[in-house]
Design a protein around this ligand. Structure first.
Ligand SMILES: *Cc1c(COP(=O)(O)O)cnc(C)c1O
Length: 395
C-alpha cells in the first residue's frame, strides 16, 4: 500500500497539519464506528454490551494491535488510563524488582509528567529513593550498579532527538538496572523493536501518532517472562484474576491483564480501534523512510528560506524521531501567525517551534507549501502583531 493515505483522514480544506505528534487528525473510520458504539451498542444493548459487544476484551485486543506497531508479541500490551498513570505503574513495578537500589535515572529531555510521577512515587514510598535527572547525552555515563531503573522517553518531545534504545537497554541490563521506555513519540512514528530490545517495560499514549483522538487510552508493555511476577501498585478490580468473583482480597490477573486498573473507556477504545485500521497493510519501515525524507526536505527548505530560524533537532535523520524543531526568539507569536496561515505546528517553551511529520497524510508538496507560508510570516514579520502574543491555556 503506498503513502500517503490522505483519503483515510478528515483533513480540513487548506490546512497543512504538522501537529500529528501532539494530536493526530480524525481517521474517517472513527466517525461511523463511534456512532455505531453509541447507538447500536450502548443505546440498544446497554449493560449487556459488556458481553455482547466485547467491551471487556477490548483493552487486550487493541493492545495486540498496538503491539504489532511496536514490535511487541501478542499478549504483552494492554490499554487503559492515561500515560501518566502508566508511568506510575511501570516505575513502581520496576523499583520493586530492585529493592536494594534507590536511584531512578532519567534525563532532562523527558516530558515533565514522567518526572513528576516519579517524584510523587518517591514521596509516597518515603524510603530514601532519589530521582537523578541528567542531560540526555550524559545518561550512559550515569548508568551504574546503584541505579534501580532507567526511565527514558525514546524521542525528545522538544527537539526530536532519539535515544539508542537497544544500546542503552543493554547498558542498563549490564549494570543490573531495569529499563523503562516511554514511546509517546515513537509509537506510529518510527520503527520500534520492543521484543528485540529486551527492555522490561514500555508505555505510551495513542492520541499522538496513533490518531486515537483527544483522551485516547494509553498502553503498557511488560516483557512476557516478567509479567507473571509483577506486583501491581494500582491493584484495581479489573486487574484482579477474577473481577466478577468479587473476592475481598486482591489477586493479580494473568500476565499483562494485571496492569489493567478499572473500567475501560469504551467510547475512546472504539475510536482508537477504528483509528488503528489506517495502519493495515502499512510497514513501519516504509513510514520511517518517508518520514526521514519529509523531515530532511523541511530542514533544507526552511534553512534556505528562513534564516532567522535555528535548527535544534538532530540533522541526521537516524538520530531523530518524526518531528523537526526550530528555535526562534519570537517563536510563540510566530507560531500563532503560522497557524493563522493554515499551517498547524505548535510551540514549546521557551522558544521552540515544533513541526511533526506523518507520512500517512503529509507529502512533499505539503512540505513546500508549509515552508512558503512560514517564510511569508517571517519575511513580512507577520508575527509582530498584538493578537499573536497573548498565550492561550494550551500551547
Ligand atoms: C504526551 C506525553 C505524555 C502525556 O501524558 P498523559 O498522561 O497522556 O497526559 C507523557 N509523557 C510523554 C513522554 C509524552 O510525550
Amino acid at each position: 500500500m503506498s503513502l500517503p493515505r490522505k483519503d483515510l483522514f478528515h483533513l480540513p480544506d487548506g490546512m497543512i497539519y504538522l501537529d500529528g505528534n501532539s494530536l493526530g487528525p480524525l481517521p474517517k473510520a472513527v466517525t461511523d464506528r463511534v456512532q455505531h458504539t453509541l447507538s447500536a451498542e450502548w443505546g440498544e444493548q446497554l449493560i449487556k454490551g459488556w458481553n455482547t459487544c466485547g467491551w471487556m476484551a477490548q483493552p487486550s485486543e487493541v493492545g495486540n494491535t498496538v503491539g504489532r506497531l511496536i514490535g511487541a508479541p501478542e499478549g504483552s500490551v494492554v490499554m487503559g488510563d492515561t500515560l501518566s498513570i502508566k508511568v506510575f505503574q511501570a516505575l513502581s513495578a520496576a523499583i520493586a524488582m530492585r529493592p536494594k537500589r534507590k536511584v531512578i535515572l532519567s534525563d532532562n529531555g523527558n516530558f515533565p509528567t514522567d518526572l513528576y510521577m516519579a517524584e510523587g512515587l518517591i514521596r509516597l514510598k518515603d524510603a530514601g529513593y532519589e530521582l537523578r535527572v541528567v542531560d540526555p547525552e550524559d545518561v550512559t555515563q550515569h548508568i551504574d550498579d546503584t541505579i534501580a531503573t532507567v526511565m527514558l522517553t525514546e524521542v525528545d518531545y522538544r527537539t526530536g532527538r532519539k535515544h539508542d534504545m537497544t544500546a542503552i537497554t543493554k547498558q542498563a541490563h549490564d549494570a543490573g538496572a531495569v529499563m523503562i521506555w516511554d514511546l509517546a513519540h515513537s509509537a506510529g512514528a518510527i520503527e520500534v523493536d520492543l521484543h528485540g530490545s529486551k527492555c522490561e517495560f514500555a508505555i505510551g499514549c495513542t492520541y499522538k501518532y496513533l490518531n486515537g483522538g483527544p483522551g485516547a487510552p494509553a498502553f503498557i508493555y511488560v516483557r512476557p517472562d516478567l509479567a507473571p511476577q509483577i506486583d501491581p501498585a494500582l491493584s484495581g478490580w479489573l486487574g484482579h484474576d477474577a473481577p466478577f468473583a468479587f473476592e475481598q482480597n486482591y489477586r493479580p490477573g494473568q500476565g499483562i491483564e494485571r496492569m489493567r486498573v478499572g473500567t475501560p473507556p469504551v467510547l475512546q477504545m472504539a475510536a482508537l480501534e477504528a483509528a488503528l485500521t489506517v495502519w493495515e497493510g502499512v510497514e513501519m519501515s516504509d513510514i520511517r523512510a518517508a518520514s526521514i525524507a519529509l523531515c530532511d526536505q523541511f530542514i533544507t527548505e526552511v534553512e534556505g528560506r528562513c534564516p532567522d530560524l535555528t535548527l535544534i533537532s538532530p540533522r541526521n535523520g537516524n538520530e531523530r524521531g518524526s518531528q523537526v524543531s526550530f528555535a526562534f526568539e519570537n517563536g510563540y507569536a510566530a507560531m500563532q501567525a503560522v497557524i493563522a496561515k493554515g499551517v498547524i505546528g505548535d510551540f514549546r517553551a521557551p522558544n521552540v517551534m515544533r513541526f511533526g511529520f506523518t507520512p500517512l497524510y503529509i507529502d512533499a508538496g505539503d512540505v513546500t507549501e508549509a515552508v512558503t507560508r512560514i517564510a511569508d510570516v517571517l519575511d513580512n514579520k507577520l508575527w509582530d502583531r498584538p493578537e499573536y502574543k497573548t498565550k492561550s491555556r494550551v500551547t
